[in-house]
Design a protein around this ligand. Structure first.
Ligand SMILES: [Zn+2]
Length: 256
């Protein structure tokens, strides 16, 4: 398939899938069905017309307001659609038209959903992380990073974070990190293998510390909870999957 055709195809696919991810993001934390009822305004419950439901364009045409009740539609909807499309194209540019591309597209989708749900609800649903661990390990039997690296990644990723969570709980007496973060990093390990998983953890911790310091400087204490760790893990994992391998290779070369 010609390069530009592939990019166009993945952009459209990403927008359509992103639209479905919005449904997951909105309904999973509320325990609602993903299939029924069809898309409706959370404010007034009126069904959304198909032409208003077209990714990004629908939001822009409505200027971010429901046609029926005029209630605000969250900007997260078009952002999720655009981000998913961008990630689909980036993964294609990184991997080409390979079997691993399909796996990484699914992984990207999971990271987008976990990012948004953790941001809004401060939870990371088992419905995504647990099947994620299984699917990541299963794919590793045939594809990179290979089953050994994936298995170690899942165990070390989950294990390290579990230890940190335990230590924090003992030292401070409060839960700094939930088991959701532990399962999420185990899932990342299953998909990316252990070196990129450790890189994800370092990058996410670093980004979290910088944002945390920024919040302290600004003096908004309530923001502390606005940016949960899963959101940083999601960004870190996607970045590590796309651009982390040269960093890992460079680090390994120092010890050779
Ligand atoms: Zn409405």
């Amino acid at each position: 398939m010609p390069h530009t055709m592939a990019i166009l195809l993945l952009t459209l696919l990403g927008l359509a899938v992103g639209s479905f991810l919005n449904v997951c993001i909105h309904r999973l934390p509320r325990g609602e069905s993903l299939a029924w009822p069809p898309s409706h305004c959370p404010g007034c419950g009126v069904a959304i017309r198909w032409h208003d439901n077209v990714p990004i364009i629908g939001y822009l045409a409505l200027r971010g307001r429901c046609r029926a009740c005029g209630g605000r539609i969250s900007a997260l909807y078009p952002i999720v659609e655009a981000t998913t499309a961008a990630l689909f194209v980036l993964q294609y540019l990184h991997l080409g038209w390979t079997p691993l591309l399909a796996v990484r597209l699914a992984f990207s989708c999971a990271m987008v959903v976990l990012f948004a749900i953790d941001l809004e609800h401060q939870i990371l649903p088992n419905a995504i992380t647990l099947p994620g661990i299984v699917i990541g390990l299963a794919a590793s039997l045939l594809l990179p990073p290979g089953w050994r690296s994936a298995l170690i990644g899942a165990l070390v990723g989950g294990g390290v974070l579990w230890l940190i969570a335990e230590a924090y709980l003992r030292a401070r007496g409060i839960e700094g990190m939930g088991m959701g973060d532990v399962k999420m990093l185990a899932m990342i390990g299953a998909f990316l293998g252990w070196p990129l998983t450790l890189l994800t953890l370092v990058a996410a911790s670093f980004a979290g510390a910088i944002v945390g310091l920024g919040v302290m400087v600004v003096g908004r204490k309530d923001w502390q909870y606005a940016l949960p760790f899963g959101t940083f893990l999601a960004v870190g994992a996607v970045a590590a999957g796309l651009w982390g391998q040269p960093v890992v290779d460079w680090y390994a070369s120092m010890y050779r």
